[in-house]
Structure formats: C-alpha cells, structure tokens
Design a protein around this ligand. Structure first.
Ligand code: URA
Ligand code: CA
Length: 441
C-alpha cells in the first residue's frame, strides 16, 4: 500500500477502504508517513469529505493507535459526558455530583484545555491538594465507592489524534465534520463508559456557529458512538453567551458550589437538569423525564449532590474546607466593575470574545505550557435580555494585574451590545439527537 495512492483516491473523490484508513493512521502515528502527505490527504478530505463508514473506521483506527481504559470493574451502567467546548461551562462539576448522588456512576477522564478558559482539571486544581492524576485502579475503586471520579487522561490515549490535531491546526483543516467527530469520539470511546451524552454547543462561543451544522456534527458523533457499540446521545445547546455568570477557574468552582447549594444561575442549573435527566434515562435509573427531573431536584434540595462533591474532593485528596468555605479559593488582587454608559437591554454578548478577555486576564492557556492564573476571570452581572441603566454594573473583572484589567474593561464594555429588547426569547436547548433521529425543541 502507498500513501500516494490513498491521497490520489481521495483527491478524486473516491471512498477509502478500511485497510487504507488503518494503514494511514498506523503509519502516521509511528512516524513512517511524513506530515506533508497527511496534510495533502486532509485537504482532500476537507473538500471531498468522508462517508459514515469511513468516519467510523477512522475513529476506530485512532482508538487503536493507543491505550484504551477498561472500566468493566465498575459496577452498574457508567455514564460519561462531553462538551464540544464553550465559555464558562462549569456543568461537569455540578452534573457529576448530581448524577452520582442519584446512584449512577459518573466517570470522566479529561484532557487539558487550550485557549479560552481552563478545562475541568484546571478548575479542580483551585481546590488545595486535589489530585487530578489517578491510576486506573484508583479511578475504578473510587467510582465503586462513591459513584464518581474525575481525572486526567493517561498519556497514551489516541496518540494519532494528538498528531492529527496539531497538523490540522496549522493546515486549515480543522473544520471538517468527519475529522472533528472522529477526533472527539476517539478520545471518548477509548475510555470504557457504557453511555455517553454529548453537549454540542452552538453559537458565538462555540466551534459550530449555526444550528444546522451543530445538528450535523451531533448526528455524526452519535452515529460513531452507536457504531462502536455505545449508547450515545447529544443535546444541541446554546453558546451565544457564556454559561452561568462566572468565567475563570476558581470563580467557576465557586459557581458550581453555589449551584449545588441550590442558588446557582438559572441557565447553568437548567442545563445540568437537562443533561442529568438524559443520563438517568440512559442508566435506566428512571422511567421518564419527569421522574428524572424530580430526582435531580431532590438531590439539590436535600444537599445530597453538594455532599457528593465534598466526598469527591475528600476521595481525591483535596481540602474539603475549600468547598465549605469558598473564601479560601484563590482570589484575585483586584476586582473592577465594568459600568454601562447606555440604557436599554443587552442584545448580545459574544461568548468567544468574552472567553478571550478571560484568557487575557490569565484564566486560560495561550500555549500548552502557559501557567493558568486560577483566581483570574470575569463574573457577569448582566446577560442577554437583561435590562440595563446608565451606571449599572455589567460585569466584574477579577485580575492580578491592573493594566490587564483596564484593557479588558474597555474590551468588555464594547462587547456588551445594548439596544432594544430582543424579539425572541433566548433558548437553552435546540434539539436532542439519538439513534432514532433528531428532535428539535
Ligand atoms: N475538539 C477536538 O477534540 N477535536 C476536534 O477536531 C475539534 C474539537
Ligand atoms: Ca460559568
């Protein structure tokens, strides 16, 4: 087999065989095929696309390029959740304890985030001594004891994806449905949960800027999961503005704790209820949506979910005082309020740009080796559709460097578009994608 022939075939719009896909993934991962040939192939895939069979084969080959994690030692139907990436998305830290408190094992191994804000692992590191590196045995034992474990991926999960992604990033070939879906799903499927819910974000802060594309991506990923033999569903959700109020690591941990105590932001809480209900259904814990919602509400009201977070922190070596007293979490030196000089309603607030503001304050990584400032970030005081008067506080900037704070203050002021009331109410959930098809909300 020759990579030249595989490139030519795809250039001419033909379908690649399973053997050809296996060959190229294996030999690119082990360094036999040079970057320039895979770059050419990806550009051919970008224009001529892959069909469902090719996409599933690509995903399988990527999974087989590295280790897989066997979680069969965990009792019960284990569920996992993955978001395609948004701004201020704190759901895992809330959803995990909620679902676990309902008696369903919640397992999640995450990679580190790049850009915008930190990933779940970075957020958890705001809690003193919390260990995000667990052995697979610890991961399994903890989940068997308390129904939840959150840790970092082992180094050798889908090495093919690491090389592919780095190459796509510099050759303008990221934005292809098959390449995105196989990249995301290979990482998820390499870890042996029984059921997966995907939160596919759409809007100004997401990869997918329109609903049609997001639904297509969701369908592609659900089909891969099902094709691999795992229960997989997706919710397509709104990322036109940041989720909740807090953006930034320690700030989001605090927001998660407040939500588990029963007074979090409405959108964040509702998204956790929606995702959680679906997970309880997948795990066969409840018979319908109504029962799921009820059970989740109960674990919030009874503080069972909040206590589950404390238990998680204890099991992973963290200082539980940080949960009980959020004043202990890392705090920034300066808090600046951003005031409105207009009157009206918030029409829009570009989530990606707000994410970049948080990044500029140090809340995210510019490069893989950047050090995150856990205390830095933004707390919104006004969101889309909120009424604003001149002099009202739009947001609070948490910064350690006053010059950076002032720069972000100006940027944030411009990002708040104030005008007349929006005609349509904003929507949190656009649709549900399952193996039976798409249901629009
Ligand atoms: N996230 C991934 O992990 N892979 C992609 O290709 C895009 C987003
Ligand atoms: Ca948030």
């Amino acid at each position: 087999m020759r990579i030249y022939d595989i490139i030519k075939k795809k250039r001419d719009g033909e379908e690649l065989t399973t053997e050809e896909i296996n060959y190229l993934v294996e030999n690119y991962t082990n360094g036999q095929i040079p970057d320039y040939q895979i770059s050419a192939l990806f550009m051919a895939i970008f224009f001529n696309k892959m069909n469902k069979r090719e996409t599933l084969d690509l995903t399988k080959a990527m999974i087989n390029s590295g280790d897989t994690v066997d979680l069969s030692g965990i009792k019960g139907i284990k569920v996992d959740k993955h978001s395609t990436g948004g701004v201020g998305d704190t759901t895992t830290l809330i959803l995990g304890p909620m679902v676990a408190a309902c008696g369903v094992p919640f397992v999640k191994m995450s990679g580190r985030g790049l850009g915008h804000t930190g990933g779940t692992l970075d957020k958890l590191e705001s809690i003193k001594d919390f260990r995000v590196e667990l052995t697979t045995d610890e991961f399994i034992n903890n989940t068997n004891s308390i129904n939840i474990s959150l840790c970092s991926q082992t180094a050798n999960i889908t090495p093919a994806d690491k090389k592919f992604y780095a190459l796509r990033d510099v050759t303008a070939t990221v934005e292809n449905l098959s390449l995105i879906a196989s990249s995301v799903m290979s990482k998820k499927l390499a870890i042996g949960s029984d059921a997966i819910i995907l939160d596919v974000k759409v809007g100004s802060g997401a990869f997918m800027k329109n609903i049609d594309d997001a639904i297509k991506l969701a369908e592609e990923m659900v089909e891969i999961g099902i094709g691999y033999g795992r229960e997989t569903i997706a919710l397509v959700t709104n990322m036109d503005e940041p989720l909740g109020m807090a953006i930034g690591n320690a700030l989001e941990v605090k927001e998660a704790i407040e939500t588990l105590r029963g007074h979090g932001p409405e959108d964040l809480y509702e998204l956790c209820i929606q995702l959680g209900t679906r997970l309880l259904l997948l795990a066969k814990r409840v018979k319908d949506e109504k029962e799921g919602r009820q059970m989740l509400k109960e674990v919030i009201d009874s503080k069972a979910a909040y206590n589950k977070l404390i238990e998680l922190v204890r099991y992973q070596g963290g200082d539980t005082d940080y949960i009980q007293n959020t004043e202990l979490l890392p705090r920034a030196n300066h808090i600046i309020s951003v005031k409105s000089n207009k009157k009206g309603y918030v029409k829009s607030l570009n989530a990606e740009e707000v994410g970049k503001c948080a990044l500029a304050l140090g809340a995210g990584r510019e490069t893989m080796t950047s050090v995150i400032e856990l205390s830095a970030g933004i707390v919104l005081n006004k969101k889309i559709d909120d009424k604003v008067d001149v002099g009202d506080t739009l947001a609070y900037i948490h910064a350690n460097d006053i010059a950076k704070a002032e720069e972000v203050e100006n940027r944030l002021k411009r990002l708040y578009i104030i005008g007349d009331k929006n005609e349509e109410d904003k929507k949190l959930i656009y649709g549900l994608v399952t193996k039976d098809g798409v249901k629009l909300y």
